[in-house]
Write a new protein. Structure first.
Length: 273
């Protein structure tokens, strides 16, 4: 996997604030075929109960926190990005949620052994260079009768958009590399079972149904557009990629009525039932 996705410079660029992540959340909320909410799928597997202590590892700007608080769990979010934590705190104030937030790294969680009832680790492990250490750390802080849910994408999630990006980037003379979740996707149950032997895989089928090129491009411009080598520091790759991608996606929308991109995802679930 390209080391870029675990490097501080990439993480600071992608998650220094929530702008890019928000664009992706918004695309999922507005253009997903599966109208049930992804967080409800996750919460269903977490088996929430009032007053349990939930640790959200790599919580980002806390997009899932309002739904978690509806379950009346005590929620603590940990993230290594101060910018994300600031936005999570602002959102919590706005929503009048009581959520504790702490800066921390998944491989050194600031919690005592066995002190947490539930752990959510959603779409973040592919950013950790030593995933085994992060999994062991989550095992350490999880209570013996606790439960953990680790969310990620299917290996072929978003393939239609990825292939188009590869073709357009190649036309412009760029190499491309696999998506961020290539290093940790739903095919990595074995890796999780090394630390949580009882872990099981749960899959959720879904697809984007973008009604026009602009909606697909907002999603594309939030991350995938930068998967080119060499990556120009001045961002000069973006405009030509956007223009060519737009004209290709418009052709699909004209012939198919929308731009449909399958994006199956899911989670690994372990712990007491
Ligand atoms: C794709 S976002 C997911 C955010 C959130 N879990 C969600 O579902 O919206 C990945 C998050 O993981 C955080 N992150 C990356 N590496 C981390 C690490 N080693 N420890 C803690 N947080 C990390 C990033 O700052 C970012 O907020």
């Amino acid at each position: 996997m390209p080391r870029r996705f675990t490097e501080p410079a990439y993480l600071a660029y992608q998650y220094g604030d929530a702008e890019r992540l928000r664009a992706r959340h918004e695309a999922h909320a507005r253009f997903s075929e599966n109208r049930s909410h992804y967080i409800d799928f996750i919460l269903g597997h977490l088996e929430p109960l009032p007053d349990l202590l939930l640790l959200d590892v790599g919580c980002g700007h806390g997009a899932q926190h309002p739904r978690m608080k509806q379950q009346r769990m005590r929620t603590v979010g940990v993230d290594r990005s101060l910018g994300m934590l600031r936005e999570a705190a602002a959102q919590a104030r706005c929503d009048r949620l009581h959520v504790l937030l702490a800066r921390g790294d998944a491989i050194h969680l600031p919690f005592a052994d066995g002190s947490v009832d539930r752990i959510l680790c959603n779409h973040m492990l592919y950013h950790v260079a030593d995933r085994a250490a992060a999994l062991r750390e989550m095992r350490r802080v999880l209570a013996d009768d606790g439960r953990i849910v680790i969310g990620t994408n299917a290996a072929d999630s978003g393939r239609r958009l990825l292939r188009l990006h590869d073709d357009v980037a190649a036309f412009l003379g760029y190499e491309t590399h696999p998506p961020v979740y290539a290093s940790f996707h739903l095919g990595h149950l074995d890796e999780v079972q090394e630390v949580f032997p009882e872990a099981k895989l749960k899959v959720r089928n879904d697809a984007f149904r973008f009604p026009d090129a602009d909606s697909a491009l907002r999603y594309y411009a939030s991350a995938l557009i930068d998967h080119v080598d060499p990556l120009p520091e001045d961002g000069s790759h973006r405009e030509p990629l956007l223009q060519l991608m737009a004209s290709e996606i418009r052709k699909v929308v004209d012939s198919e009525g929308c731009y449909r991109v399958p994006k199956n995802a899911g989670c690994f679930v372990a712990g007491a039932t």
